[in-house]
Design a protein around this ligand. Structure first.
Ligand SMILES: NC(=O)c1ccc[n+]([C@@H]2O[C@H](COP(=O)([O-])OP(=O)(O)OC[C@H]3O[C@@H](n4cnc5c(N)ncnc54)[C@H](O)[C@@H]3O)[C@@H](O)[C@H]2O)c1
Length: 397
């Protein structure tokens, strides 16, 4: 059986533990990454809270603890199409997992330069991958990491379905017919916009060329370590806490570790979807095992396990750590309050038993944020990327 998998973006927060998990499961893993995320740390003069190691050290450590080898290729897939194609043709993978995009919404809104970079990088990466799969002539399953943010953060009083919406259309004759469409997109940032465009590319290449695709609409990933990254200090996963890449939960955890008030944007009434990194890697394994058949449309799974309002998260962390909470102006252009009801039956139906924030947050506090708090730089936590001039001027009042 073909057990070769290419992981694009395999040096990143989700890609690294996924690569290790699949290698541990007996897959032959080949990582492709241009290390742009590490370059962005240099640009922003920040760093992972956890001391992540260079790629060659990571790979050596994995070989030491598991006896298994992972190959690495430094390719910018948004630019070096020929190299990507050559690799796909020579490896002949069963699956390609696509994490290789600029993934921060605030970073994508920093300036016109960052907007253009995010659009060029993300859209060309996805299109190059799909073109290369078609040109190779191989029947490869593409698994892509998308975001819950493609749906926008509101619902019309109903659960957000997994990608497709059933609508009733009235024909000219008056006859009413049922139709399924992609759930209408409503991106809240340039980054989210690139993910909505990815969806169209998947639908097109699937319709035109029969490319088999699973698109995972993922919530905010929390947690740092997985079973495999815990095996050796050199395998530790990254933990972002800065205003651009740090998710709301990570920023609160670092603030709590250094006794700084938890800074909540606006009223904190924004509801977000979450999933633990260990569940992310399990979901990707399920997506590989349940690949769409030839001729099947793009499979879309909502990859999240719970939703919380931001202020409730702050209260939860404050209860564990005793930290104060402070409300500050919101740099994002979004509603102060929103509800989010999401269907995630596909993964639960395949046996996923979620790791919950309520029961597992303490481990993150002790094992990561308290342990590495001396490496933190509090000046990096505030988000200085504003969605527009109005949000910026509100912040300066
Ligand atoms: N982290 C989350 O909470 C989260 C939530 C929802 C969706 N996602 C999605 O999951 C994917 C992975 O996210 P992550 O948190 O691991 O991000 P990350 O930035 O840590 O990892 C992305 C990796 O891709 C690489 N990369 C980017 N552009 C590339 C290119 N042109 N060529 C080669 N490599 C390139 C980067 O160097 C990095 O190592 C992203 O597509 C993101 O949109 C992440």
């Amino acid at each position: 059986m073909n057990k070769k998998i290419i992981v694009l973006g395999g040096d990143g927060f989700c890609g690294w533990p996924t690569s290790l998990h699949l290698s541990a499961q007996g897959y032959e893993v080949i990582i492709v990454d241009n290390l742009s995320r590490r370059d962005i740390d240099n640009e922003l003069e920040t760093n992972s809270l956890t001391p992540i190691k260079p790629m060659n050290v990571r790979l050596k450590a994995w070989q030491d603890v598991s006896g298994r080898k992972i190959d690495f290729h430094n390719i910018d897939i948004s630019k070096n199409y020929d190299e990507l194609l050559k690799l796909i043709e020579s490896v002949e993978p069963k699956t390609v997992i696509h994490f290789a995009e600029q993934r921060s919404a605030p970073y994508s809104m920093k300036s016109s330069k960052h907007k253009r970079y995010t659009v060029n990088n993300n859209l060309n990466s996805t299109n190059n991958l799909l073109s290369a799969v078609v040109e190779s002539g191989l029947d490869i399953h593409v698994v892509h990491l998308g975001t819950m943010g493609v749906y926008g953060y509101g619902t019309a009083g109903m659960k957000i379905p997994e990608g497709y919406l059933t609508v009733m259309l009235e024909k000219d004759s008056g006859e009413v017919v049922e139709h399924e469409i992609l759930y209408p997109v409503n991106p809240g940032s340039i980054y989210h916009m690139t993910k909505t465009q990815d969806q169209l590319m998947f639908a097109y290449y699937n319709k035109n060329d029969g490319v088999r695709v699973t698109d995972l609409h993922q919530g905010i990933v929390w947690g740092t370590q997985t079973e495999e990254t815990k095996k050796d200090g050199r395998l530790i996963n990254r933990f972002d806490y800065d205003g651009d890449y740090g998710t709301v939960l990570n920023r609160f955890l670092v603030q709590a570790a250094v006794n700084y008030p938890l800074t909540v944007h606006g009223t904190g009434g924004q509801t977000r979807a979450f999933i633990h990194i260990q569940d992310t890697v399990r979901c990707i394994k399920i997506a590989i095992d349940t690949a769409p058949k030839k001729g099947e449309r793009v499979k879309i799974y909502n990859q999240m396990t719970e939703t919380h309002k931001v202020r409730d998260l702050a209260r939860l962390i404050s209860k564990i750590t005793g930290s104060a909470i402070e409300l500050i102006s919101n740099p994002r252009k979004e509603d102060d309050e929103n509800e989010l009801h999401v269907s995630n039956e596909s993964f639960l139906g395949h046996g996923l038993e979620p790791i919950t924030l309520k029961d597992n947050l303490m481990e993150e506090v002790v094992e990561i944020t308290k342990k590495y708090s001396e490496r933190s730089d509090l000046s990096k936590i505030p988000c200085n990327s504003y969605w527009n001039k109005e949000q910026k001027s509100k912040a300066s009042i």
